[in-house]
Design a protein around this ligand. Structure first.
Ligand SMILES: [Zn+2]
Length: 391
């Protein structure tokens, strides 16, 4: 993977935050690292004699983030929060807000506490396709250990406070100097350094190692399939508008990858194995609808029935989201993503394109395996994730 650092451009940078914006934009420029609001970065700096963590604000994309996209939070307050035994989402949000030195800045990323406890100036976090592909496997942990022997490897836990607490516990007796970074199983990767270029370069180097591992062990051949069925898109759009209660925009994908994916045998078990990284779930839901014949309404009804069962199994006091699908794998045709507008349909198409490639590669490594149904539900219905969609 290409290192985009440019010495000439970097020579104009002076402040901590300028460096932070620059390498955040570089990370965001690679869609193999982060997609649409994914990932987060931070820098520890000093303002009026006080240590401040500038962490990505919720709702910003790394590729286009500017200085005002970073939330300035008192570092010591965040570090103390990591030591708490429990902390509700709403308390975390309000305490973080109270610790911001500029109340007009955006809400800090849900990973602010985690960034605070990593004792380095620059902290970079991405959902690298290559890293999560290796991780999202039946034997993912073993392979991750093989590729990243010097990384702290964290079994999957829910992002936010629980993850920060887990890393605080796991790292309190280790010397951060002895590890190259942190891998969050089924989720992503962290690198860090006191120097902006070094932290960014560590990310690129680590992801390159993961890509090399995949090239050697999970080489996929995209076969040439032609569409063998047609879909009545007007009928589909009408049915989905009715199901969603608003206009919908559809994006058809018949790229070689989408056709290859949609031409696999036993799609109902092949293509329904969960998300590439947890936060995708708020866009895609856990599974696509699998459409294998012309009876669209019947297939959607069945999908909704399954979704309602999944909801009832795990819900406590949540309100169910619309149970109809956000994307469809149409047998021998390709994929169709569903958004409330063209922009959203395109975002979901980007996410599912990356997911399809990862599933095919992970199957070469022994079988794709994402987070459990229960963890999927917790992420899908996490109020802090749902809040992102409202932005
Ligand atoms: Zn993440």
């Amino acid at each position: 993977m290409q290192n985009l650092w440019n010495d000439e451009k970097a020579s104009a940078l002076k402040t901590d935050l300028e460096f932070r914006v620059y390498t955040s934009n570089l990370l965001g420029a690679s869609d193999e690292l982060v997609l649409h609001g994914g990932g987060n970065t931070s820098v520890k700096s000093v303002v009026d004699g006080e240590d401040i963590l500038f962490v990505k604000g919720s709702g910003w994309d790394l590729v286009s983030i500017k200085e005002q996209g970073f939330a300035p939070v008192k570092l010591e307050v965040l570090k103390q929060m990591a030591k708490l035994e429990t902390l509700s989402d709403s308390d975390m949000v309000s305490q973080q807000k109270a610790a911001m030195i500029d109340k007009t800045a955006p809400n800090p990323s849900v990973e602010a506490i985690l960034h605070a406890i990593i004792p380095y100036k620059f902290v970079d976090h991405t959902h690298s396709d290559a890293v999560v592909t290796i991780s999202n496997c039946v034997n993912g942990i073993e392979n991750i250990k093989k590729v990243f022997p010097n990384f702290l490897i964290i079994p999957y836990v829910m992002p936010g406070f629980i993850l920060a607490q887990k890393i605080y516990e796991m790292s309190k007796d280790i010397d951060f100097n002895t590890i190259d970074g942190i891998i969050l199983h089924n989720h992503g990767i962290f690198t860090f350094d006191d120097d902006a270029k070094a932290s960014y370069t560590k990310m690129i180097d680590a992801v390159t190692k993961a890509e090399e591992f995949l090239n050697e062990n999970a080489d996929i051949q995209i076969e040439k399939f032609m569409p063998r069925v047609e879909v009545d898109l007007q009928e589909l759009q009408e049915i989905l508008s009715n199901e969603k209660g608003s206009e919908v925009s559809l994006k058809v994908n018949q790229s070689p990858l989408a056709l290859h994916y949609a031409s696999q045998r036993d799609l109902k078990s092949f293509a329904t194995r969960g998300v590439l990284t947890p936060e995708h779930i708020i866009r895609t839901k856990r599974e696509p609808l699998i459409l294998e014949d012309n009876n669209i309404q019947k297939a959607i009804d069945k999908y909704k029935q399954n979704y309602i069962e999944y909801f009832k199994k795990f819900a406590k006091d949540e309100v169910m989201l619309n149970p109809s699908p956000n994307w469809i794998v149409v047998k021998n045709y390709g994929t169709i993503t569903i958004g409330k507008n063209e922009k959203e349909a395109n975002i979901i198409d980007d996410i599912t394109t990356h997911t399809m490639k990862a599933v095919l590669q992970a199957d070469k490594l022994g079988g794709y395996e994402s987070i459990s149904l229960k963890n999927s539900f917790e992420m899908e219905y996490w109020e802090l994730e749902q809040a992102k969609l409202k932005k």
